[in-house]
Design a protein around this ligand. Structure first.
Ligand code: UD1
Length: 419
């Protein structure tokens, strides 16, 4: 197993390119199951999660060709069963349920387990499938959905913690081949949901309202092949902006989409950093003394939960008291204990972290617990005195394309070693 060693103290400067979005690529790859014709997807990030998704598609009978960032999937046939050993590595594999139900009118997919950020239920996905006329059974660790016919329906997908991103994706992918019109109320409005809707529309689907809380999907008889470019990864972009804020002179991210990053850039300017915007790039640089912040995670367009850990790392070295509230996954604080081992002063009160900024973090051996928490530990290591040793790097490789190499390009002293 690899470890990342961060030798803290180097100032970052320069520019890097943002990769395609992981959270767009996964459902879009799953959506290729909806047609027998070839689909070509560009800018698919080279991540273990996208590899797992391609393995699942191949297991289901699809042919996959991959040449650097371009993937062509041809699912002339699609089996409807994805067993545990194929899907267990990645929770997002649940998003093959919707396309399989749409195409085969049945699907059996092993249920994802919980993870460190919460128990991750899929009740809202299943509620949506039932509303379309599917019967749902959970047995032997699998979820089975089947329907002789899918019928359009009005479905409210809003749950206790707000809209569900993959739930919206899943129900949308089943509904595109239902008979009649489906209306999804309380839909997720994340840019990744819009990207999926754009791709489905290129395949011949009729979806309106993507990016709002109300999706209207007019079912069609069949979909055809299509070609698509994945949008830039706003969470990778945000992570590099925070890296620039925590340890930078001036860091520029290119091939980004600034309009998807407003909540993050607002948080950084609220913290006292300067953020300059061009068409597809953003530059963050220091602008006097950084200030503490009050921040709450919310569904898009609010501040993303996937940036909460990285922001905690930044605020842990910002003078004054910051208050961060996690509204999407209230238990998503595994990074706090690790940041405290590096000298951060943070207390948890339910879903809220109260952070008293410190002047000095020190390198330590820390354990990555999930994707974004791991990134936060690397960012804290950039600022810390001495060496921070981050183990369980496979979490980072799930969702960041060459994080260590890109940070090196910016001047960080960072190395990957075998355990
Ligand atoms: C997606 C993202 C993940 C991000 C999350 C929230 C992917 C591959 N992953 O995950 O990076 O952190 O959105 O922006 O795109 N919930 C229910 N019932 C359900 C489904 C969800 O109660 O059936 C709850 C969840 O526990 C959570 C909230 O709804 O509290 C939002 O979760 P959701 O949007 O579904 O997250 P994912 O789509 O799994």
């Amino acid at each position: 197993m690899d470890k990342i060693l961060v030798h803290g103290g180097n100032a970052l400067a320069g520019s890097i390119k943002i990769s395609g979005s992981k959270n767009s690529a996964l459902p879009i790859l799953a959506a290729t199951l909806l047609t027998r014709e070839p689909c070509t997807i560009h800018r698919v990030p080279d991540l273990s999660d996208t590899h797992y998704m391609l393995q699942i598609l191949m297991h289901l009978g699809a042919q996959v060709e991959r040449a650097s960032g371009t993937v062509t999937v041809t699912a002339e046939k699609a089996d409807s069963v994805a067993p545990y050993d194929v899907v267990r590595k990645m929770r997002a594999s649940v998003c093959v349920l919707g396309p399989l139900l749409g195409r085969c009118k049945e699907a059996t997919v092993a249920l994802p387990g919980g993870c460190v950020i919460g128990d991750r239920p899929i009740d809202l996905h299943l509620k949506g499938f039932e509303a379309l006329g599917a019967a749902v059974r959970v047995e032997g660790g699998d979820v089975k959905v089947f329907a002789p016919k899918l019928n359009g329906a009005v479905i409210n997908l809003r749950g206790k913690f707000g809209p569900t991103v993959l739930g919206t994706d899943n129900v949308m992918m089943a509904a595109v081949l239902a008979e009649g019109t489906t209306v999804i109320e309380g839909a997720a409005a994340e840019p990744e949901v819009c990207d999926l809707a754009d791709f489905l529309n290129k395949m011949g689907a009729k979806i309106e309202g993507a990016g709002t809380r109300r999706l209207i999907i007019e079912g069609v008889k069949e979909l055809h092949g299509a070609e698509h470019d994945i949008i830039p990864d706003r969470i990778e972009a945000g992570t590099f902006l925070v890296a620039g804020a925590i340890a930078g002179k001036a860091v520029t991210i290119n091939r980004a989409e600034p309009k998807h990053l407003t909540a993050i850039t607002n948080a950084l300017t609220g913290c006292g950093f300067k953020v300059e915007e061009k068409t597809n790039s953003l530059t963050v640089s220091p602008n006097g003394v950084a200030k503490p912040l009050e921040l709450a995670t919310e569904p898009y367009p609010g501040f993303p939960t996937d940036m909460q850990a990285q922001m905690c790392a930044l605020l842990s070295t910002t003078d004054g008291i910051s208050v961060v509230t996690e509204n999407v996954f209230p238990q998503r604080y595994m990074h706090v204990a690790e940041l405290k081992r590096m000298g951060a002063n943070m207390q948890l009160e339910g879903p809220t972290a109260v952070i008293q900024g410190v002047h000095r973090l020190t390198g330590a051996q820390v354990m990555a617990s999930d994707l974004r928490a791991s990134a936060a530990l690397v960012l804290a290591g950039l600022k810390a005195e001495g060496i921070t040793e981050v183990s369980r790097v496979y979490h980072i490789d799930r969702g960041y394309e060459h994080l260590d190499e890109k940070l090196s390009e910016l001047g960080a002293h960072i190395e990957r070693v075998k355990d």
